[in-house]
Design a protein around this ligand. Structure first.
Ligand code: SDX
Length: 428
């Protein structure tokens, strides 16, 4: 094997250049030495959607898209989902190691005791229309929290970073549940510190007139696994947004709100909501061939399918599909599951999907379970944002500690007008 360098010959000048290869990459800045004359800006790379650009180094999540591998801090997602609690997985992603019993108990105590939101935030929530989309409520309420904790702007004060981290992890389920209760015209159900993080969310969502809400253990565990699967996924669109906002040294509340805004897009976290609407629209197994024809002709997208990185089965989708049956033993089977399973089978045998390596992603089956446990479709992306808040914060903290990171400010290829001069209006 030769040297770890790239030799580039610029055929415009006949000059050759050497660029070191490190971890399978070259530094884009090494291209700038390639010029046709001293005044030349030099070569840039052009990469719409960053399909082939590494924006950072990270130790948090590893994905092998070809093999369908996902690991949090080196641990296979399958082992974490099977053995860890949600807050245990969250601790691992945040701090890089599985917690000792003492660390875990302190972590759970700290988060449990930050679940309340300021009563003024409750008033803010009351101001939304009854039919406001819960994701819009979530995004704005998380951003509003930056006004309650101005000390969060001290992003290099580690004590403040720890406090804001715990506050955000603790409060996002409360905000999410309050948004749901608001949309249902129900009084807010406040946190119950006797319950687990996930059990408490179900309490804040579904407690009615009973004195003490008792979560169904099967549903509690199913939701815990779903949330573990959604914690982090390396440099996806919303995490990139979190890092970009954080790179300007904005506080973590507005950065999480911005990341959640990116997640709300139907091509990203908003897909789980669109999958349910798609399955309802297909309506029956008999209608699948016609719908696939619309997809293959480019008139429709098969929501919940395809992925920028996975060119194999998303391991998260496989886990979700496998435990769906456990949930339906308690909730009753969701008829949409049969359509989803048949749709997957048909699609995976169609040339259009095989050629493009399109497989089910995390959003394909998650919504079917959320619906079965009583979560309305409009809440599905909020259900994604709650656990992903942990990943966004872990990535944000890693970025702030990375000496190579600077404010995110890409370049462009300008192909607009060259210089021209102002024309008075009556001469246009
Ligand atoms: C998430 O990045 C992450 O890690 C995200 C995520 C996370 O945990 O953070 O995993 C969560 O966002 C999962 C993805 C949820 N989105 C959807 O399910 C929406 C449907 N999927 C797509 O729109 C699409 O697959 C993307 C957005 C997920 C990926 O898009 P890419 O990588 O930019 O690929 P592309 O749009 O260039 O598609 C390549 C080809 C195109 O066909 P051609 O132009 O080559 O003919 O595949 C086609 C696309 O039209 N294609 C689809 C398709 N996805 C891609 N055709 C039909 N249905 C689809 N779902």
């Amino acid at each position: 094997m030769g040297k770890d360098t790239l030799t580039i010959i610029d055929n415009r000048t006949g000059k050759s250049y050497e660029a070191p290869i490190t971890d399978g990459t070259i530094r884009a800045m090494d291209l700038r030495q390639i010029k046709v004359n001293p005044d030349d800006f030099g070569i840039m790379s052009y990469d719409p959607g960053f399909k082939n650009t590494a924006s950072t180094r990270s130790k948090i999540t590893f994905i092998d898209g070809e093999k369908g591998i996902l690991r949090y801090r080196g641990y296979p997602i399958e082992e974490i989902a099977e053995n860890a609690t949600y807050l245990e997985a969250a601790y691992l992603v945040m701090y890089g190691e599985l917690p000792t019993r003492e660390q875990y108990e302190q972590w759970v105590y700290d988060i449990t005791h930050h679940t309340l939101v300021h009563e003024n935030l409750r008033t803010f929530l009351d101001g939304f229309r009854y039919d406001a989309h819960p994701m819009g409520i979530f995004i704005s309420s998380v951003a509003a929290m930056s006004t309650f904790y101005p000390e969060a702007k001290n992003i290099f004060d580690q004590e403040s970073v720890e406090l804001q981290t715990k506050r955000l992890i603790a409060k996002v389920p409360t905000i999410a549940a309050f948004a749901y209760r608001h949309s249902q015209g129900l009084r807010y159900s406040y946190p119950d510190n006797d319950l687990s993080y996930v059990g408490n969310f179900l309490n804040m969502m579904f407690k009615m007139t009973e004195l003490k809400y008792k979560p169904n253990p099967v549903i509690e565990r199913a939701l815990e696994i779903l949330w573990i699967l959604h914690i982090d996924h390396e440099q996806n669109c919303s995490t990139t947004t979190m890092r970009a906002i954080g790179s300007a040294h904005a506080d973590p509340y507005v950065a999480v709100a911005g990341a959640a805004a990116a997640l709300s897009g139907p091509l990203h976290g908003g897909a789980n909501e669109r999958v349910l609407r798609m399955l309802k629209r297909i309506g029956s197994v008999e209608n699948i061939p016609d719908y696939l024809k619309l997809v293959e002709s480019g008139q429709e997208r098969l929501m919940g399918f395809g992925h920028r990185v996975y060119k194999n089965y998303d391991p998260r989708a496989r886990i979700i599909k496998n435990f769906a049956h456990e949930v339906f033993k308690v909730t009753g089977k969701n008829p949409l599951l049969d359509i989803a399973i048949e749709l997957e089978q048909r699609a995976l045998n169609e040339e259009y999907f095989i050629k493009r390596k399109l497989y089910p992603n995390v959003d394909f089956y998650s919504g079917i379970i959320y619906q079965a446990i009583g979560i309305p479709t409009s809440m599905f992306t909020v259900m994604f944002a709650i656990p992903r808040t942990v990943g966004w914060l872990a990535q944000w903290r890693e970025m702030l500690q990375d000496p190579e990171q600077k404010i995110a400010r890409p370049r462009q290829i300008y192909d607009g007008y060259s210089e021209r001069h102002f024309v008075p209006m009556d001469q246009r």
